[in-house]
Design a protein around this ligand. Structure first.
Ligand code: SF4
Length: 213
């Protein structure tokens, strides 16, 4: 039995904490999706397609959401019937089809609905703690993507426009060359529509510089 003198390992306890949060996050997602007349996978697909003007193929959608291709296909077909997504030939390969967010899908995403218990919990943390948490999550996501457990996410730390510690003095040490502006830790992106994936060597060097800062 776990006692203060004989605790489980720290990774076990962090996993326990993440598991509790994941339960609430799933409940939030179910609640929001239900109130919008969708299921959670359908809502995740709409969210994923937002800010992707070229759309995504079914395979990419399935990989990003961690679901099987048949499951992604079923959800996409249901969304298409409701008019929330559209399918168009890919610009890169006319034989391939990409799925795009439709106007009604965008309107759905803009509706306020459901609970946001996780958002409320994040709101109880002070600014420093929120920033620490964001950086910690980015580090964990990066670890997973570098092990090919998940696709590369559209995060600043994997973006070729990201320049860590270009401005070492002050609270906006990073630089985004896409918008040519300095920014700080609280503005690090996890899913940026302007992200361009850097090659692995650049990503590794960027991450090293980011951590050293
Ligand atoms: S384009 Fe987006 S992801 Fe890339 S550095 Fe700028 S803000 Fe970050």
């Amino acid at each position: 039995m776990e006692t203060p003198k004989n605790p489980h390992s720290i990774d076990y306890r962090i996993r326990e904490g993440l598991s509790r949060l994941a339960t609430v996050l799933r409940a939030d997602e179910w609640e929001r999706a239900k109130s919008l007349g969708l299921n959670p996978t359908q809502l995740s697909i709409l969210t994923l397609l937002e800010g992707r003007p070229l759309g995504l193929g079914v395979k990419e959608i399935a990989a990003q959401l961690g679901v099987s291709q048949p499951s992604a296909t079923d959800s996409i077909n249901a969304l298409e019937k409701k008019g929330h997504v559209e399918k168009h030939a890919s610009l890169a390969d006319a034989r391939a089809v990409n799925v795009h967010l439709g106007q009604s899908g965008l309107e759905i995403l803009q509706r306020k609905a459901g609970t946001d218990l996780i958002g409320q919990a994040i709101g109880t943390l002070d600014d420093d703690s929120q920033q620490e948490l964001l950086v910690t999550l980015i580090g964990m996501i990066r670890g997973l993507q570098e092990r090919d457990a998940i696709p590369v996410q559209r995060m600043c730390t994997s973006c070729r426009y990201f320049d860590p510690f270009a401005h070492p003095k002050g609270d906006q040490p990073y630089h985004c060359h896409f918008v040519n502006a300095a920014f700080g830790r609280r503005d690090l992106r996890v899913d940026c529509r302007d992200h361009v994936e850097a090659d692995p060597t650049f990503r590794a060097a960027t991450w090293e510089a980011f951590q050293a800062g």
